[in-house]
Ligand binder design. Structure first.
Ligand code: CP
Ligand code: NVA
Length: 305
């Protein structure tokens, strides 16, 4: 069994659906896990800014009876002041779980390898698994199912797009990526997903083709954290993938529009779509709380007892 949640494929399909169920119960007010983290501390390490991830983890840990410790690069200087190996060993003596948001995905894998407690990926340059778990929960709430949805992802082939690909290795979907040849998702994740063959994966430079009949239109910022020097270049590569009213009119009339947030309104998404009746962006944000509590429940009860 894998003790960490570093990528979505660390969970089986069965564990993913069970996590959705736990999250839905918690959202309805179940108090079954109110003492799960009683007397326990969770270290939350942030090397990048955050609203949703930080606040939803802190609130979620509190709601499960635990204490969260907010740690920035200024305190432990992970991998600088001492090796990730040594920091992982020491942290494991003090805390029951570690959540980390950082740049290099390999640093999170190394932390998971040497920590004796579960490690959760709160976003790396490569992936954002908690986000996509929460998003699929949101899709299920609005569309009544998770399987066989037509999902059009428009924009940068970034960490969020990579996590959709990883989810599509566990849940069958028709995943269409509308992006430019310069902004494709991670080649290794794409290859693995296509080789597995559970989902239909297509990539097109034509945004209208990607959204044709789509149940979900999804977008994210064109330049992610750590890439702000590429803002102008990315905008030039991706401007035709903006989610606007014309794009929306080519999707299924019942489609929902999703964005992980924060959004650059007027760039990857217009105000009219973001504030329009198809948008579920704030439901997605709320579901980060419920899904992350459920992920912590899964990790704690499986690997800690
Ligand atoms: N969507 C998301 O992870 O938001 P934050 O960067 O604010 O945590
Ligand atoms: N792709 C974005 C997601 C933010 C939640 C980033 O990495 O900045």
């Amino acid at each position: 069994m894998i003790k960490d949640f570093i990528k979505i494929t660390d969970f089986t399909a069965e564990e993913i659906f069970e996590t959705f169920k736990i999250a839905a119960d918690l959202k309805k007010g179940s108090e079954k896990y109110s003492n799960l983290l009683s007397g326990k501390t969770v270290a939350c390490i942030f090397h990048k800014p955050s609203l949703r991830t930080r606040i939803s983890f802190e609130a979620g840990i509190f709601e499960l009876g635990g204490h969260s410790l907010y740690i920035t690069e200024k305190e432990i200087e992970l991998g600088v002041r001492e090796s990730i190996h040594d920091a992982a060993k020491v942290l494991s003596r003090f805390v029951s779980m570690i959540m980390i948001r950082t740049f290099a995905h390999k640093d999170v894998e190394e932390l998971g390898k040497y920590a004796e407690v579960p490690v959760i990926n709160g976003l790396t340059d490569l992936s954002h698994p908690c986000q996509i778990m929460g998003d699929m929960l949101t899709a299920q709430e609005h569309l009544g199912r998770a399987e066989n949805l037509k999902i059009a992802y428009l924009g940068d082939g970034n960490n969020v797009c990579n996590s959709w690909l990883e989810l599509s290795c566990r849940i069958p979907i028709d995943f269409r990526i509308g992006t430019s040849p310069e902004t494709l998702p991670d080649a290794a994740i794409l290859r693995k997903t296509k080789d597995l063959g559970l989902s239909k994966i297509s990539i097109t430079p034509n945004p209208l083709e990607a959204v044709s009949g789509a149940d979900i239109i999804y977008t994210d910022v064109w330049a992610s954290m750590g890439q702000k020097d590429q803002t102008v270049k990315k905008a030039a590569q991706l401007s035709r993938f903006q989610v606007n009213d014309i794009i929306l009119s080519n999707a299924d009339p019942h489609c929902i529009v999703m964005h992980c947030l924060p959004a650059n309104r007027g760039e990857e998404i217009t105000d009219s779509v973001m504030d329009g009746k198809h948008s579920v962006v704030f439901d997605e944000a709320e579901n980060r709380l419920h899904i992350q509590k459920a992920i912590m429940v899964q990790l704690m009860r499986r690997y800690i007892g």
